[in-house]
Write a protein that binds this ligand. Structure first.
Ligand code: GRF
Length: 194
C-alpha cells in the first residue's frame, strides 16, 4: 500500500482573467503533483478568474486593495498556506509582506527577464524590435520583477508580430511553464533547499 502524497498547500493571488491560475489548478489535481491549490485571493471583485469552473470548489475571497495584505495574511495563516503564486496579480506588495513570505512567494512575468520588466512587457518587446521575449517564473523580492529566476522560456518574434499575437504565444508557454516552476519550488521546499 502506498501513502497518499502530502501536498504543499498553495494560495493563488489574481486580479483578472485567471488563465494561469486555471493551469495551476488543473495540474494540481494530478495525484502526483506535489502542491494543492487551497485558496484564491483577488483584489478585484470582478476578476474573471473567480468565475472559472475550476475555481468553484476552492475557497475564494475578494479583499479591496487597501485591506488586502492584512486580510490576506490572516486567512493565509488560518488556512495553513505554505506557498503563494501570483498570477496576474496587480498590486505592489509591501516589503514586510514579501519578507514574511520569503522563498514562499512566486510570480510569473510575460518576458524573458531581466528584459522588459514592469508593465506591458509584450509591448516593450515589440517596440524594441526584439528577436525574442518569453516568460519567467521568479521569486518575488522587493525589486520589481527582480527576484531569483526559477524557470524561463524564450518565445521568438516573427517579422510581423504584433501585441496580440505575441501575447497569445507567450501566454500559451506560461501555462506550461508555471506548473513546472511550481513543482520545482515545492520540491526545493520539501528537500529543505530553501
Ligand atoms: C500573464 O501574462 C502574466 O504573465 C502576467 O499577467 C498575465 C495574467 O494572465 N503577470 P492571466 O490572468 O493568468 O490569464
Amino acid at each position: 500500500m502506498c501513502d497518499k502524497l502530502k501536498k504543499i498547500k498553495t494560495a493563488i493571488f489574481i486580479s483578472g482573467r485567471g488563465s494561469n491560475m486555471n493551469a495551476l489548478i488543473e495540474k494540481s489535481r494530478n495525484k502526483m503533483f506535489p502542491a494543492s491549490v487551497d485558496l484564491i485571493l483577488s483584489n478585484n471583485s470582478k476578476a474573471e478568474g473567480l468565475l472559472l469552473e475550476n475555481a468553484n470548489n476552492i475557497k475564494s475571497y475578494f479583499f479591496s486593495k487597501n485591506e488586502f495584505e492584512i486580510l490576506a495574511q490572516k486567512i493565509l495563516l488560518e488556512e495553513k498556506i505554505e506557498l503563494i503564486c501570483l498570477a496576474g496579480f496587480i498590486q505592489i506588495l509591501s516589503k514586510k509582506f514579501i519578507q514574511n513570505w520569503q522563498n514562499r512567494l512566486i510570480n510569473i512575468h510575460p518576458s524573458y527577464l531581466p528584459n522588459f520588466k514592469g508593465l506591458n512587457a509584450q509591448k516593450q518587446a515589440i517596440l524594441a524590435k526584439a528577436t525574442y521575449s518569453g516568460c519567467t517564473v521568479h521569486y518575488v523580492s522587493s525589486k520589481i520583477d527582480g527576484g531569483e529566476i526559477i524557470l524561463q522560456k524564450k518565445v521568438y518574434l516573427s517579422d510581423n508580430e504584433d501585441f496580440e499575437s505575441l501575447s497569445k504565444k507567450i501566454l500559451k508557454e506560461e501555462h506550461i511553464l508555471y506548473p513546472k516552476a511550481l513543482e520545482i519550488t515545492v520540491n526545493k521546499i520539501l528537500n529543505n533547499i530553501i
